[in-house]
Design a binder for this molecule. Structure first.
Ligand SMILES: Nc1ncnc2c1ncn2[C@@H]1O[C@H](COP(=O)(O)OP(=O)(O)OP(=O)(O)O)[C@@H](O)[C@H]1O
Ligand SMILES: [Mg+2]
Length: 530
């Protein structure tokens, strides 16, 4: 062959975890100056492939070549020195260090034998500015939102002179502007000859930025094609391993029909209530105002200036707004993580001012957090124990669930949500990112709350499961549960919610329902300066 070798060439890469075959003889090639999307359902093996490539885990068999040279890094740091820079799915930053230190860690320059902090700051500032951001780089990473953390991880990866840049779901927490900024940078790097391997669950982004797509399914390579010759429906069916009929296409944009709830195998209706052994019907108590949760003029120094919000029983209310607009902060107040300084809240007509999540849980409020790693999963516990955690907390220490009940509850939810795990007793950390997210959702469904707050519940979840979660929300609402749904994906918010409250600059600025609720009207409310 007279042609120069591909930038990255992976052949017959295999990896097992115990009996589970995570990768089965996978081949992949990434060319210089190209953006290659890697797609597949949750658990397909995308992150495992990246971990094997970068030495984060040892591969069992197979070969990797980088620019023709055998490439077998012992660790991600080692891979970095070979020219592979990676942003992992579970962002690996050191929370109590500053943004600048995180960006330059391991690559510091020294002055008189000491780390040159000024230079580190300037370098980090440059890396952040390249992403079009204005963030104080002396801030501690742990105090930043998950989106900012994601951007810091990207800035760190871009700070390296790399030949190959690997990004595992880098945009899962970013808003549109940040995503397009990132894409602009990727396109520029591409013209400089860099190769990019990019994992995402967002189809639009694949078509917007990638040149080639590779699809993995159940650890196997199923397709590699030029993106512009890979129609969406074919791509989705390659991922799911079945043809997509019009009735079940994950790309449908209409609201999931209520009658079709059972068709997707998620039928939380009767059985979930049975699971949680809590009375299935909640008739409004006499004298009930038609509000389940009411938030009036709530504020908290430094996090919320002014918030009004109301949710009726059996209603899904969306909370929309840009990152940093105060959505997560408001959710934390409702869940008792933070306390408000002013204003009032009521739940079911009674004053509500939880001093801790425990108190909120006891009142029937649940929250699936945005940051599953830091606030959600308990990595050393099994999938089962992670799932029953909230229900157990709600029942209190004196009414513990029997082992049989726990098994039954976890087993049912694993089946219903299609959580891919080798069993209920494997550690939750052995699940793929998207499956961990589903397990967290299962935790709160098991507790059968009256108000379920979902903060970016579909982050990192594949196309099929996203639609299932939307349908699940719809069916929970039909059963009388109230849902506060926070998502950056406007189409998703508009489809699932009957009302949408919009936040801007830490205030609630609009409340849209009925005719006036459209993706466009929400976007306008988010964007208007006033
Ligand atoms: N440390 C581990 N121990 C045991 N099994 C693991 C471990 N890490 C991953 N697996 C399993 O390997 C399979 C592939 O997981 P992987 O994380 O590569 O999926 P993924 O395609 O990245 O999915 P997602 O879209 O959810 O991130 C899954 O079945 C997962 O449960
Ligand atoms: Mg993954």
């Amino acid at each position: 062959m007279s042609q120069s070798p591909p930038l990255l060439q992976v052949s017959s890469l295999s990896k097992r975890y115990g009996r589970l075959v995570a990768l089965d003889a996978v081949d992949l090639e990434v060319a210089c100056g190209s953006i290659h999307a890697l797609m597949g359902e949750n658990g397909a093996g995308k992150s495992t492939l990246i971990k094997c490539l970068t030495g984060a885990v040892r591969r069992d068999a197979g070969e990797c070549r980088l620019a023709g040279e055998a490439c077998d890094p012992a660790s991600p740091r080692d891979a970095e020195s070979l020219g592979i820079s990676t942003v992992f799915q579970e962002i690996n930053l050191i929370p109590h260090m500053s943004i600048a230190e995180n960006i330059t860690l391991g690559r510091e320059s020294f002055r008189y034998g000491l780390i040159d902090r000024k230079q580190a700051r300037q370098r980090a500032q440059g890396a952040i500015a390249r992403l079009g951001l204005a963030i104080d780089v002396t801030r501690e990473v742990g105090s930043c939102s998950i989106a900012v953390q994601q951007l810091v991880a990207i800035a760190r990866a871009l700070d390296v002179r790399a030949k190959l840049l690997i990004l595992d779901e880098p945009t899962s927490s970013l808003d549109r502007a940040e995503t397009s900024q990132l894409f602009e940078i990727l396109r520029r790097l591409k013209t400089e000859g860099l190769g990019v391997l990019f994992v995402t669950h967002f189809l639009d982004q694949v078509y917007e930025v990638s040149d080639q797509v590779t699809v993995l399914r159940d650890g196997r390579h199923v397709a590699t094609r030029a993106t512009n010759q890979f129609p969406r429906l074919e791509l989705v069916s390659a991922m799911l391993g079945r043809a997509i009929g019009p009735a079940s296409s994950p790309e449908r944009t209409d609201r999931p029909s209520r009658e079709s709830t059972h068709a997707v195998g998620v039928s939380p209706v009767g059985s979930l209530s049975r699971v949680a052994s809590i009375t299935p019907t909640r008739s409004p108590s006499p004298g009930n105002t038609r509000e389940l949760l009411s938030i009036r003029s709530v504020s908290r120094a430094g996090s919320i200036f002014h918030a009004d919000l109301s949710i009726e029983p059996g209603q899904a209310v969306g909370l929309a707004g840009l990152l940093g607009s105060g959505r997560t902060e408001l959710a934390k107040i409702v869940f008792g993580v933070d306390r408000s300084d002013a204003g009032s809240m009521s739940l079911d007509g009674a004053p509500y001012s939880p001093r801790s999540p425990r108190e909120a849980i006891a009142r029937g409020v649940a929250l699936t957090p945005e940051n599953r790693k830091a606030e959600g999963i308990v990595p050393n516990l099994s999938v089962r124990e992670n799932i029953v955690l909230a229900l157990q907390a709600r029942r209190g220490v004196w009414r513990s669930l029997s082992a049989r009940r726990r098994q039954q509850i976890a087993g049912e939810l694993i089946a219903k949500l299609g959580i891919k795990a080798a069993g209920a007793d494997v550690p939750i950390s052995s699940l793929s990112g998207g499956n961990q997210q589903k397990a967290l959702l299962a935790r709160w469904l098991a507790a059968d709350p009256r108000l379920l707050i979902l903060d970016e519940p579909t982050r990192g979840i594949d196309v099929g499961a996203k639609q299932e979660i939307e349908r699940l929300i719809t069916s929970l609402v039909d059963r009388g549960m109230s849902v506060l749904f926070i998502s950056s994906e406007l189409a998703e918010v508009v489809r699932t919610s009957t009302r949408v409250t919009v936040m801007r600059d830490r205030r609630t600025v609009a409340d849209l329902a009925g005719e006036s609720l459209t993706e466009r009207s929400v976007m306008e409310a988010i964007a208007t300066h006033g």
